[in-house]
Design a protein around this ligand. Sequence first.
Ligand SMILES: Cc1cc2nc3c(=O)[nH]c(=O)nc-3n(C[C@H](O)[C@H](O)[C@H](O)COP(=O)(O)OP(=O)(O)OC[C@H]3O[C@@H](n4cnc5c(N)ncnc54)[C@H](O)[C@@H]3O)c2cc1C
Length: 393
Amino acid sequence: MTDLTTDINPRAGEFTEYRQAIRDLCRPFDAAYWIGVEHEGGYPEAFVRALTDAGWLAALIPAEYGGGGLGVTEASVILEEINRSGGNSGACHAQMYIMGTLLRHGSADQKRRYLPRIASGEWRLQAFAVTEPTTGTDTTQIKTVAERRGDTYVITGQKVWTSRVQHSDLMLLLARTTPAAEVARRGDGLSVFLIELGDAAQRGLTVRPIANMVNHETNEVFFDEVVVPAANLIGEEGRGFRYILDGMNAERILIAAECIGDGYWFTDRARRYARERVVFGRPIGQNQGVQFPIARAYANIRAADLMRYDAARRFDAGEPCGGEANLAKLLAADASWEAANVCLQTHGGFGFAAEYEVERKFRETRLYQVAPVSTNLILSYIGEHILGLPRSF
Ligand SMILES: Cc1cc2nc3c(=O)[nH]c(=O)nc-3n(C[C@H](O)[C@H](O)[C@H](O)COP(=O)(O)OP(=O)(O)OC[C@H]3O[C@@H](n4cnc5c(N)ncnc54)[C@H](O)[C@@H]3O)c2cc1C
């Protein structure tokens, strides 16, 4: 029988320097830590601070600005290992995937101003305000308005589900700069701004936390004529939706990697429990009714992982990877959710006991079916852009 010390991830021997460093960093942040933080409804500040101090959240910032200068593949391994260790990257992952917008479309001055401070950990760029209560997934129809007045923009409107605002210094905001009725294409007339949150809080920005199913710090954000310098517009006015779309591939790949980390965690926990738990005089894992669902969940994680590496490799090579990134996110989110369900079932009643962590990870991985992008939107991407089916919305 395979030894339980064998890593079920056959690629655990790749990127070992990063994997080992993240595993070592995550070790003190054990079950008791994550359960305690959730119990208090708190933010895993000590964990995020440790990751920041070790430079991991600056992985994608070029070395010339003090960052790690790594690719999306390495960044994905970092997030995978956090989730594989039992932790939750959701507390800080956005700094990785938001970064691309500033890197690719920010001005030289913006990069000089912000990147070194983010790389050093002095400032956090963890908040990304796109979703609005009345438009949901239909992003091009957002109603938050940024009106140009001299050297400033004045922002009015509302966002919802803006995560980590209370633990971030900077926020990327998508707002309308040209009325929807006046644009030629649905995606036109939207712009991206980099908001300094400390400053905005003094100028009409208010935040209302949303209690939710996981311990995820997320909020309604209200803008009451918030004035921001025009210098904080990223790229060209009116092209913001394209910039956001541009960043989606990295986001999809990184989230897929988190799901893969969860998936390995769930299947590993399930196999261990299935070997140890004896009922009817034998380990429950000896029953194929228990064994097969774990085997199937594992197979699906492995398959999704291949797609994740394919997408990441293409991304880092500068090749088009929209299809692969979307497929990776879809397959990985489905596989981690399946593995979560199987792991819970394998644990029977104990799966519901907080100290086993399964129920917490189960809730956390469920989110990936909905956010940052819901499964249906990925399926519609595949239908339209890969299979050439008619656009449905
Ligand atoms: C915990 C959490 C954190 C989040 N963090 C952020 C964040 O930091 N920043 C941010 O901007 N957003 C964030 N979101 C928002 C998230 O991205 C959205 O919830 C998600 O994109 C879905 O939008 P919606 O909730 O408005 O659903 P809706 O758009 O109302 O859709 C509801 C359901 O209908 C389906 N649906 C809608 N239209 C179609 C269609 N045409 N065809 C098929 N199915 C359709 C959707 O897939 C979904 O399942 C977060 C959400 C959660 C729950």
